[in-house]
Design a protein around this ligand. Structure first.
Ligand code: ATP
Length: 306
């Protein structure tokens, strides 16, 4: 690509993390993925990706969660940029700078957020003006959570999570997230444990729970707290039993609901109000859990230009 086609010297896109308000896991499909029914919500913990034209590819990491993130071609941001470049026969290399404030391997789709941010950033940098459907298609090929992170808000995910449908959701929810100390949990390992526990059962295709959809329609946080659920939680707790103590601490300090986020090990706590989320975050930070406590609200916009 000639430099004349570059519309901007550097582009920065911010992308939120996700929490699954409901994660129902069905059987294994012929392609090896599980059938899912999930309700995603985008929450205000953000990674930020900046792309700049360069002579060679490189990844620079900043922010509080950089450990375990690859800086070679396996980084999901680089993979996303290269897929978009290939589609448009663009050969330009990039410097990709990622500010990571979403816990790594934490069940909050941080890598997917970086991929979604990079698709949008490269689209702007290269002046492609891709139709939304094109970016969504590339996103779905790259990873199950990536289409949702382009979309944001609250949405139903089906298939392996990549097929989205809107949800009528009222209100703003106030969350506290506790990132686990040490290494995260590998999503495939959590699914393997899930399969082991379900011993080859033929699980029917899941559908969103009507009570959860009703709670979102009315914006009733107590009703929502009563029905949030995660089929992967028993598997995540089996692989990391210390999470039980974090969940118990959050409930003891006043959360309305506490559960493992996605494949874990981040624990998500739903609270009654912004004030309640501050109280909970302060109490958890003062405990042995320390500085891995984050407040956030949702729903928020998906990936967007800064
Ligand atoms: P999900 O909720 O989608 O299952 P996760 O939040 O549990 O994902 P990620 O933070 O997306 O997990 O990272 C999973 C693994 O992907 C990491 O351990 C890391 O090796 C690899 N990875 C590749 N690119 C990235 C990236 N940009 N950010 C984070 N991890 C990345």
């Amino acid at each position: 690509m000639s430099s004349a086609q570059i519309t901007s010297p550097a582009v920065t896109v911010r992308c939120p993390a996700k929490v699954n308000l409901e994660l129902l896991v069905g059987g294994v499909r012929p392609d090896g993925f599980h059938t899912l029914s999930t309700i995603y919500q985008a929450v205000s913990l953000y990674d930020e990706v900046t792309v700049e034209p360069a002579e060679t590819w490189s990844v620079t990491l900043r922010g509080q969660y950089t450990e375990g993130v690859p800086t070679d071609g396996s980084n999901l941001a680089v993979r996303a940029a290269k897929v978009l470049a290939d589609r448009h026969a663009i050969t330009q290399a990039l410097t990709v700078t990622i500010r990571k404030d979403i816990p790594v391997a934490g069940g909050m789709a941080g890598g997917s957020a970086d991929a979604a941010a990079t698709l949008l950033a490269c689209d702007a940098l290269w002046g492609l003006n891709s139709p939304k459907a094109d970016l969504e298609e590339i996103a779905a090929e790259l990873g199950s959570d990536i289409p949702f992170l382009l979309h944001g808000g609250t949405a139903i995910g089906s298939g392996r999570g990549e097929l989205l449908a809107p949800v009528l959701a009222r209100g703003t929810y106030h969350w506290v997230f506790v990132a686990a100390a040490g290494e995260g949990l590998s999503t495939p390992a959590v699914y393997r444990e899930f399969d082991r526990r379900h011993g080859g059962l033929d699980i029917a295709d899941p559908r969103p729970t009507p009570e959860l959809m009703a709670a979102l329609r009315t914006g009733d946080v107590d009703a929502l707290a009563a029905v949030v659920s995660n089929d992967l939680q028993p598997a995540a707790l089996a692989l990391n039993p210390a999470l039980r103590e974090t969940l118990d601490a959050g409930m003891e300090y006043g959360a309305l609901a506490g559960f493992v986020s996605g494949s874990g090990p981040t624990c998500a706590f739903l609270t009654a109000s912004a004030e309640a989320s501050i109280d909970l975050a302060v109490a958890l930070s003062a405990s042995e859990i320390g500085d891995r406590v984050h407040r956030a609200h949702g729903p928020v916009l998906g990936a967007h230009l800064r």
